[in-house]
Design a binder for this molecule. Structure first.
Ligand code: GLN
Length: 488
């Protein structure tokens, strides 16, 4: 059953010719056939193209190509519906793109393919990545593989649920305010939000350009290190991508944490935190100490303003980025008697309620007279939030916190109250505002029902090696990552 393996296990078996890429791909497709009517992670997938890619990988393996040269050779990996894959549908969980297909591959897709991956399948998401539950998808809601009455998190809910249910070995998502780490926490996988600029966004449909990053969902920390390794690096096609060498992230993996200094942010361990989440995170901190790390309290005094700041900056940028969906250039069009009426009808019919809410908020905070009071002030608070982190990182190598205040909530529980939904990202948002690195990993379960709990690690800018080091050591010591969902 190759779909149950992680990347390291599958590539080892492929190298020993114990299984083929075709068997691996077919095993994922069969499993999707068995469970996806319940999980609903995939919007679509192209079976013929997936198997053709698998056969190409098998030919390369037969010709002697090794995984040292192409580390993902024959590994099935799926994409959030916000990343371009040439010839495949691209909807961003929205109706407004109609039957649009991507004319080119995103840089991350080029890199996955160069590494030999089988890139297949479009994963469900909140429309234009706006949401925390996948309930804002214009198509359907993805379910949590641990309990299908519950949300998988969002906006990359499909990406998390697909990995947690073993429908693919890894996936990519995007994280603007928590959209990788929050669903990873709620579905029990490892989600990485790399440093701003670490991964090229060329071919990622923009939500909030000063916050967006692409990252991976995997079953282990070593796989997270490998995936991040492959997708990172400078790209002349993304002017915000950093021109910094990509270290060997797997070289950082070890089993002890001696000499490592961890910070616990006192502002993150207060009000609204579910007692079971708190207990699991406290136990994780003790475990990290027993592996040799020292722990001290740090303060992030401006983090209480993170959610408010985010919903000004993110909506402002979204209102500008989403102006391009006008019925002229992309996808669906609803005719009108003049261009203005055509725009109004197209956008009125094409966007869902949450996207409209964000565009209206964003247009408002950018409007003359309000710009200084909202947008400009939010940018100043953002600098204070970043400075809090930089100051904390003078004392510690990484900060630990819960990823989310509670485990997965029920479908429909927060749909009538956008503010409650926004607050589910309270611990993840400041990382994007500060532009630093972040990761979520499983650190335990609630008792009844059994639902995953996520531990968040926040690292310095380009501090990914430290995050992978901690995550790997913790995972080896605890084994939480080995627990599989009932639908896996
Ligand atoms: N849940 C947050 C929002 O709704 C974050 C989304 C994201 O990271 N894409 O904006």
């Amino acid at each position: 059953m190759p779909h149950r393996l992680n990347i390291s296990e599958l590539t080892a078996r492929l190298a020993r010719r114990e299984t083929s890429a075709r068997e691996a791909m077919q095993s994922c497709l069969d499993h999707i056939g068995r469970v996806d009517s319940a999980v609903k992670a995939f919007l679509s997938y192209d079976t013929a193209d997936a198997l053709a890619q698998a056969d190409r990988a098998d030919r390369e393996i037969a010709e002697g190509r090794t995984h040292a040269e192409k580390p993902l050779l024959g590994v099935p990996i799926a994409l959030k519906d916000v990343l371009c894959q040439q010839g495949q549908p691209l909807n961003c969980g929205s109706k407004i793109l109609g039957n649009y297909r991507s004319p080119y591959d995103a840089t991350v897709v080029v890199k996955l393919k160069e590494a030999g991956a089988i890139v297949f399948g479009r994963l469900n998401m909140d429309e234009f990545a706006m949401g925390s539950s996948t309930e804002n998808s214009a198509f359907f809601t993805t379910r949590n593989p641990w309990d299908t009455d519950r949300i998988p998190g969002g906006s990359s809910g499909g990406s998390a649920a697909a990995v947690a249910s073993n429908e693919c070995l890894a996936s990519l998502g995007s994280d603007t305010g928590g959209s990788i780490r929050q669903p990873a926490a709620l579905c029990g996988c490892i989600g990485v939000k790399p440093t701003y600029g670490r991964v090229s966004r060329y071919g990622l449909v923009a939500f909030a350009s000063s916050l967006d990053q692409i990252g991976s969902f995997t079953k282990t920390a070593a796989d997270a290190a490998l995936m991040t390794q492959i997708i990172s690096g400078h790209d002349p096609r993304d002017s915000t991508s950093l021109n910094e060498p990509v270290p060997d992230y797997r070289a950082a993996l070890g089993n002890d944490l001696r000499g490592l200094r961890l910070g616990v942010a006192k502002e993150f361990m207060v009000g609204g935190l579910d007692p079971e989440v708190r207990d699991s995170v406290d136990a994780a901190i003790r475990q990290l100490q027993s592996l040799g790390a020292t722990v001290e309290e740090v303060s992030l005094p401006h983090s209480e303003h993170a959610v408010a700041t985010y919903y000004i900056i993110a909506t402002a940028e979204a209102s500008a980025n989403l102006a391009r969906f006008d019925g002229v250039r992309y996808g669906a069009r609803v005719a009108g008697s003049d261009p203005t009426e055509m725009y109004e009808r197209t956008r009125g019919a094409g966007f869902g309620a949450e996207v409209k809410r964000r565009i209206i908020l964003g247009t408002y905070v950018l409007s003359s007279g309000y710009y200084d009071a909202y947008y400009l002030r939010a940018q100043k608070v953002r600098t204070l939030i970043r400075n809090d982190f930089l100051k904390a990182f003078e004392k510690v190598d990484a900060i630990v916190s819960p990823t989310t205040p509670t485990a997965a909530f029920r479908l429909g529980e927060k749909t009538q109250d956008p503010l409650q939904m926004y607050l589910s990202d309270i611990f993840t948002i400041s990382c994007n505002l500060a532009g630093i690195s972040g990761l979520s990993m499983p650190c335990g379960f609630t008792k009844s029902p059994k639902l995953p709990i996520g531990l968040q690690l926040l690292g310095k800018p380009l501090g990914e090696p430290t995050l992978f080091h901690i995550a790997h050591a913790y995972e080896q010591a605890t084994g939480w990552h080995l627990e599989r969902a009932p639908l896996a």
